[in-house]
Design a protein around this ligand. Structure first.
Ligand code: ASP
Length: 327
């Protein structure tokens, strides 16, 4: 029987509704999570590590770096066929992407979670856990980097995002689609995207911020970040990467202050392109020295910037890395 190491972090998959408050809170310990799903024993020999028992929105990049060190140690063991990480779905895409940035090697690392807590009828946790374990021991999943398995679909960490607040099919990869699926017949991998170029596994630079553009918004937030000497700024622009024209001076001043400004799009799919020349247009932002994030979402571009700065990349190195990463 192949050996799977399960690392648990909390989230809805490990939550129950507290009868006192009526609110769902992480409460299911790792051993119990496994004991509740006997079918796992038919997929693999399981070893379990409880990393934490928290809601995902409280797991920041520094904790993700610590999680990456734990997972790296597990994947270094040749006896481990695959690693499954259970996680809250809210920021699952960020943790999956950060692990994809920080971990190389062939051993599958598969993240999963649930949209319905363990005390709710029709909870999807057990099925997702079994699907993730089956994906983790699937030979065709080797060398694909970090994967996300939920709702019978398998997605690449770089593309996947949570697209709906409550739907079971919330995870999607806009513009790319899943790389595989899980069904009664087994695990099917039907795409092999290029591996994410990795960064050194170091602690991330914490003072990197994300600003989402909305029509008519003035440059107050950018000015505040300049005054606070932020180490990096990611902007989610509109469309192919455009912002309010009034932001140009603040962007110019950030770049002049050696604060890298990375440009993503608030659109779920597609790449940013330097197409438009009106004030705030992507062509003018490029000429101001803004670094394009390619097809990366704002939160993922922020994680890439945090770990790249943590690794000491300068602006030129950053640009080159993000261009490779942006896809
Ligand atoms: N709603 C989240 C989940 O589905 C909770 C979390 O992200 O911790 O797991």
């Amino acid at each position: 029987m192949p050996r799977v190491h399960l690392v648990t972090t909390g989230g809805t998959i490990a939550s129950r509704v507290d009868p006192q408050t009526g609110a769902a809170v992480p409460a299911v310990r790792a051993e119990e999570l496994v004991a509740d799903v006997p079918a796992l024993g038919r997929v693999a020999d399981l070893a379990v590590t409880e990393f934490c028992l928290e809601s995902s929105w409280n797991l920041g990049p520094d904790r993700i770096a610590a999680l990456a060190r734990v997972v790296r140690g597990l994947t270094a063991d040749p006896a481990v066929s695959g690693v499954v990480v259970t996680h809250g779905t809210d920021t699952l895409e960020e943790t999956a992407f950060a692990l994809d940035l920080l971990l190389d090697g062939e051993t599958p690392v598969v993240l999963t979670g649930a949209m319905r807590d363990a005390s709710t009828a029709g909870t999807d946790g057990p099925r997702n856990l079994v699907s993730a374990a089956r994906s983790a021991v699937e030979p065709a999943a080797r060398g694909l980097g970090v994967l996300v398995a939920l709702n019978d679909e398998i997605h690449a960490a770089r593309c996947v995002m949570k697209t709906h607040t409550t739907a079971m099919n919330t995870f999607a990869s806009p513009g790319a689609g899943p790389v595989g699926s899980v069904d009664g017949e087994g695990v099917r991998i039907h795409a092999r995207p290029a591996r994410t170029p990795t960064l050194p596994l170091v602690d991330p630079e914490p003072r990197v911020y994300l600003v989402k553009m909305a029509s008519g918004m003035d440059d107050l937030l950018l000015r505040a970040l300049l005054d606070a000497r932020a180490r990096g700024v990611v902007i989610e622009g509109s469309g192919a990467g455009n912002v309010c024209g009034s932001w140009e001076d603040a962007i110019r001043d950030l770049v002049k202050a050696d604060t890298p400004v990375v440009l993503s799009s608030r659109c779920p799919g597609g790449r940013v392109t330097p197409t438009y020349g009106a004030p705030g247009g992507g062509r003018r932002l490029r000429d101001l020295g803004v670094i394009p994030a390619g097809a990366l979402s704002g939160p993922k571009a922020r994680l890439a910037l945090m770990f790249a700065l943590g690794a000491g990349l300068d602006a030129a190195g950053l640009r080159a890395y993000l261009e490779r990463l942006g896809g």
